[in-house]
Write a protein of this length. Structure first.
Length: 75
């Protein structure tokens, strides 16, 4: 069973007004939750992409160092 918890957040007046205009009263919490989940997922994906790029860069650097140390000149 999924439990919920009430939280208090502060949003700008224009955001609140737009939310009230566009999202029906009984659907706002779900809309906000889904929006936050999407943003958190995107942040997680961006963090993974950054980690992969850093790891690839390190592997590439080590590979170049190894090629230079082996003296085969195939780079």
């Amino acid at each position: 069973m999924i439990t919920t918890e009430k939280v208090t957040v502060s949003l700008s007046k224009d955001v609140i007004e737009t939310l009230r205009e566009k999202i029906p009263k009984r659907k706002r919490s779900k809309f906000i939750e889904e929006t936050i989940k999407k943003r958190l997922q995107k942040m997680k994906e961006q963090s993974l992409i950054k980690a992969y790029k850093e790891a690839y860069s390190e592997i590439e650097k080590e590979s170049q160092e190894f090629d230079g140390a082996s003296g085969d000149g195939l780079s």
